[in-house]
Design a binder for this molecule. Structure first.
Ligand SMILES: [Cu+2]
Length: 522
């Protein structure tokens, strides 16, 4: 990887540099096998960086698999041993397994603990696969991941990141994340066949010096493929492109906390993009309908952990200023400051190099099973109401830390604890409609592990073009009137049984309690 810090773990590119795609690793004969080591260093701003490093020294490769493939990661936690005096996290020292029978790796969490979540994938929530409640790999320890992707996994963009409760925000803001591509999207929407494509991973991190957020000062800085978009100059990364070329941009919001609203502007004029997939599912392809259909959009709201894949048409030669920006987000009176800033500046020339990836030609797929097929018309077996809430840990002290909750209506709000009993118990085969309310003065971002959900309604109004998502934003409550809500249809008809989690994917909220366990019985 070309950079100024060869030999240093977790390297970063210079502000304003040309975009560099992550290394690509492909499965062969049904298996993708690689070594990843978790590493850390402190950068010149004093921020702690984390990364997943391959045996050849690259970080955060893009993992390319086909539906049905096996992913084997020989994983090692290469962090220095935990300093007990440094255990400032509330959860550190917590025993996360009730007995040896449900241990998965280490038994006691410390500040070095890590695991890997395969976000959005419909893989199994069992130890050594996509299990995050009890999996702990501590400094110096090794652990093998061995996942099988389902044969009906929708082709699209997913991602991987650490998911240890209490320290997930720090690990993800440190940069430990990468993209996963389930191949074959051109067979669902042929519009992308043959297009040059880019993997774009947007992360966030503390603003150097930790200035007080507000006005134009963001709560967090952003980066694009490890090049900083740093306050106050916000120098965008450069994407070379041939004039009027079509490219397929596959964007993951790998931020821990930052909400994005992407917009393409040429000399200030909004350029619509053609959305081909959201959260790994090709748009318009659900419920057994193929081919997929693109959605024309002037902007793309991307919650933390959300993915959007879209076709852009590059600027013509007369355009002076072509930028992908994120627009200002109204996160509510208690929310973060996510101001507008540029992310990518497109520089056109006839000799611009193509990005390293090109989408293959489409091939006709016969008999391809479509996950979620029939969900829209399926018999609903249960309806539930859940809500997000926040309470000061000391109600008499406005400066005391906030406790964050996600609660099934009628239950007592409980901070997440891996030893909590499941908040919801259901049966494999069930189809459930959940209405999730936001009773707080800031946005929350609902994420379901293991399965996608069908977006049915916002604030009780039917959502047109309901999509299969694993992320959905519930906007803040104004303080009066009905609570904002979304209604989603959960599909437990698939093979995933056992215990897994749902939570707010603003990881600062999740780390402070806003997560709960669901148990799906076979
Ligand atoms: Cu939240």
């Amino acid at each position: 990887m070309a950079n100024a810090q060869i030999g240093t773990p977790c390297p970063r590119f210079a502000a304003g540099s040309t975009i560099v795609e992550p290394q690509d690793r492909y499965s062969s004969n049904g298996v993708l096998r690689l070594d990843l080591t978790y590493q850390t260093r402190v950068d010149s701003n004093g921020n702690t960086l984390y990364c997943f490093t391959t045996s050849d020294g690259n970080q955060s490769p893009t993992l390319h698999v086909l539906p049905g493939d096996q992913l084997i990661i020989n994983f090692k936690n290469g962090l220095p041993p935990a300093q007990s005096s440094n255990s400032h996290h509330a959860m550190a020292g917590m025993v996360v397994t009730g007995s040896a029978s449900n241990a998965c790796g280490a038994v006691v969490m410390d500040d070095t603990s890590v695991n890997i979540h395969y976000h959005g994938t419909n893989t199994s929530p069992v130890c050594h696969q996509d299990e995050v409640i009890r999996t702990l790999v501590n400094a110096g320890q090794s652990f093998q991941y061995d996942l099988t992707f389902p044969t009906d996994e929708p082709p699209g963009l997913y991602w991987y990141h650490p998911h240890v409760h209490g320290i997930a925000e720090a690990a993800v803001q440190g940069g430990a994340s990468g993209a996963i591509v389930v191949e074959g999207i051109q067979n669902v929407n042929a519009a992308v066949a043959g297009l040059p494509s880019r993997i774009i991973v947007i992360r966030d991190n503390p603003v150097p010096g930790n200035p007080t957020a507000g006005g134009l000062v963001p709560s967090w800085d952003l980066s694009v493929n490890y090049a900083p978009i740093a306050y106050p100059n916000y120098a965008p990364v450069i994407a070379p492109m041939k004039p009027l070329e079509k490219q397929f941009w596959r964007v993951v919001n790998a931020s821990a906390d930052s909400i994005l609203d992407l917009q393409l502007r040429y000399d200030g004029k909004i350029q619509p993009v053609q959305i081909v997939a959201l959260d790994g599912v090709p748009t318009g392809s659900q419920d057994g309908t193929t081919p997929g259909a693109a959605i024309t959009a002037n902007d793309v709201l991307l919650p933390p952990a959300g993915r959007a894949e879209f076709i852009i048409t590059g600027p013509g030669t007369t355009v002076k200023d072509a930028e992908l920006i994120t627009m200002n987000i109204d996160t509510g009176p208690d929310g973060d400051d996510d101001p507008q800033r540029p992310l990518i500046a497109i520089k056109t020339s006839l000799t611009a190099p193509e990005p390293p990836l090109t989408i293959p030609a489409a091939s006709k797929v016969v008999g391809h099973a479509v996950r979620f097929a029939g969900l829209e018309k399926a018999q609903v077996t249960t309806t539930r109401k859940l809500y997000f809430s926040e309470v000061l840990s000391d109600p008499t002290d406005p400066n005391s830390p906030t406790n964050f909750f996600i609660t099934v209506n009628g239950a007592t709000p409980a901070l997440f604890n891996p030893n909590n009993p499941p908040a919801i118990v259901t049966q494999q085969g069930s189809v459930e409609d959940w209405t999730i309310e936001n009773r707080t003065l800031e946005n929350h971002e609902f994420h379901m592990h293991q399965i996608h959900f069908l977006l049915l309604a916002r604030n009780g109004n039917a959502a047109s073009n309901g999509q299969y998502l694993d992320m959905v934003q519930i906007p803040y409550w104004s303080g009066e009137g009905p609570y904002p809500s979304v209604t989603v249809r959960m599909d437990f008809r698939g093979p995933d049984v056992g215990e897994f989690v749902y939570h707010c994917h603003i990881l600062g909220h999740e780390d402070n309690g806003m997560m709960a366990i669901i148990q799906v019985n076979p």
